[in-house]
Write a protein that binds this ligand. Structure first.
Ligand code: PFF
Length: 464
């Protein structure tokens, strides 16, 4: 297929909006606050920020660069840049698989946000006690009918956007939803600063509390930095493949990373003040957003409107991420198999929908997939998928992408591509810093954290 036929972003800002749309999602608004709460706050946040800067950002630049150079899907990229079939393509396969796995359960959580939009509109969240709201989330989590209904709806929305193509689908969605999301979040932050709990929340997020941090927490921070930046599975690579040679890969990656981090920190500074002001504790787990936010809204003048806005925001954030997850798999069939976009989207979305059914049943008492059934460790199906994808598949994919970009790609080609269209990229020190990070620090960090997670370091008397 010709490059023109694949699609291209309509303007420079479109890529940043779409990439930020992919990065900013449930990972920032739902998952980051709750894992921060469970890992004790400050020290976890600091480790996360270090991972973003030293591991995430260099990989982001690498992914976008590979995409722009190959102008193909994540599977095709490696053979195209190697001038023929190569075992490196395995990285692309891990990527497509990770996208399928992630979207299958992501859609279930996104479905909760849709359910809560409906509850907020219909008044179901208004004037409820904290206990009743806690119970409401528990029931939502466990109800197979609700989960299946909204999982289905969310997958339909996602597929309808991706079928529209790059400019008419992905780009248009990001252009509308991303600015809205930022404005809504800023309004909520302004409100949160007026609460009593703001000071305590600020200290919780930025104070240096090491006591609750564990080796598993470090792995979680690293895994989450991949998840939140949409790295390690070719989402950024695929979006990069729709860039033109005049676009600035380095600046666009910086902007995307900055926006994503900003939103994650803002989300914490909205959520924790509300949590503390309401006399609740931050380690609320996956229900944090769905329980604490409605509690806060129920005591606010105009609370119902705030609640509708907030869950709509969560839904928008999830949708712009989900479209990038689906695009990775769809682009493979479009580029490598020559399928029409319609067929590619229909087949991939249906497969992912089916694979998501066990996750939709994970909170209930289904005899095969229910909450009591353990798959990996103590985890139910849903948590096992999340653990496998974010803590293993994405870091492994990231390792492969880093190794390919830093070691396998020819020196000249890489150098030229890095500087093309980019003022920052033309500065030799920036290129060198990026290359050295990808060559040495990134692989060592990923491997050490993985060894620690499987207990190898402990056996050697190192780590915990
Ligand atoms: N970055 C998204 C989030 O933080 O919610 C999730 C995600 C999207 C992960 C796309 C991976 C991906 F390729």
């Amino acid at each position: 297929m010709s490059d023109e036929g694949r699609g291209q972003w309509g303007s420079r800002i479109s890529f940043v909006l779409a990439a930020a749309g992919s990065a900013v999602g449930l990972g920032n608004l739902w998952k980051f606050p709750y894992i921060t709460g469970m890992n004790g706050g400050g020290a976890f946040v600091l480790i996360y920020l270090v991972c973003i800067l030293l591991v995430g950002l260099p990989i982001m630049i690498g992914e976008v660069l590979l995409g722009r150079m190959s102008r193909s899907s994540v599977v095709g990229t490696f053979s195209k840049l190697s001038d023929g079939p190569t075992p490196w393509s395995g990285i692309g396969w891990i990527g497509v698989a990770a996208g399928v796995v992630i979207l299958s359960y992501y859609s279930v959580v996104a479905g909760w946000s849709l359910h809560y939009v409906w509850l907020a509109i219909s008044g179901g969240l208004a004037e409820q006690t904290p206990e009743a709201l806690g119970q409401l989330f528990g029931e939502t989590y466990a109800d197979p009918a609700i989960n299946l209904r909204y999982h289905t709806l969310f997958m339909i929305f996602t597929a309808l956007i991706v079928v529209g193509g790059i400019q008419k689908g992905v780009e248009r969605a990001a252009r509308v939803m991303m600015p809205l999301l930022l404005v809504m979040l800023a309004a909520m932050l302004a409100y949160a600063t007026t609460l009593d709990g703001f000071g305590r929340a600020f200290d919780f997020v930025f104070g240096f509390h090491t006591d609750a941090l564990t080796g598993a927490g470090v792995l979680e921070a690293l895994g989450h930095s991949f998840f939140t930046l949409s790295l390690g599975m070719g989402a950024m690579l695929t979006y990069g493949s729709y860039l033109s040679r005049q676009d600035d890969v380095v600046a666009a990656s910086l902007a995307t990373t900055f926006l994503d981090t900003l939103v994650a920190l803002m989300a914490c500074l909205v959520l924790f003040p509300i949590t503390f002001s309401a006399g609740m504790e931050p380690a609320g787990g996956p229900g944090l957003v769905f329980v604490n936010m409605p509690i806060a809204f129920s005591g606010l003048p105009g609370g119902q409107v705030w609640a509708v806005l907030f869950f709509l925001l969560l839904f928008f954030a999830a949708l712009t991420s989900a479209i990038s997850l689906l695009e990775v798999a769809a682009a493979y069939f479009i580029d490598e198999r020559g399928w029409s976009r319609k067929k590619a989207v229909a087949v991939t979305a249906t497969t992912i929908f089916a694979l998501g059914i066990p996750s939709a049943l994970s909170g209930g008492d289904s005899p095969i997939f229910g909450a009591e059934i353990h798959w990996i460790g103590e985890r139910n199906w849903f948590d096992s998928f999340d653990y496998l994808a974010s803590n293993w598949m994405l870091p492994l994919g990231g390792l492969g992408i880093a190794a390919f970009a830093a070691w396998r790609l020819g020196d000249r080609a890489r150098h030229v591509a890095f500087a093309e269209g980019s003022r920052l990229g033309a500065i030799p020190a920036i290129y060198l810093a990026w290359l050295q990070l990808l060559r040495y620090l990134v692989p060592v960090a990923i491997v050490l954290v993985m060894l620690n997670a499987i207990g190898v370091l402990k056996k050697l008397g190192l780590g915990e």
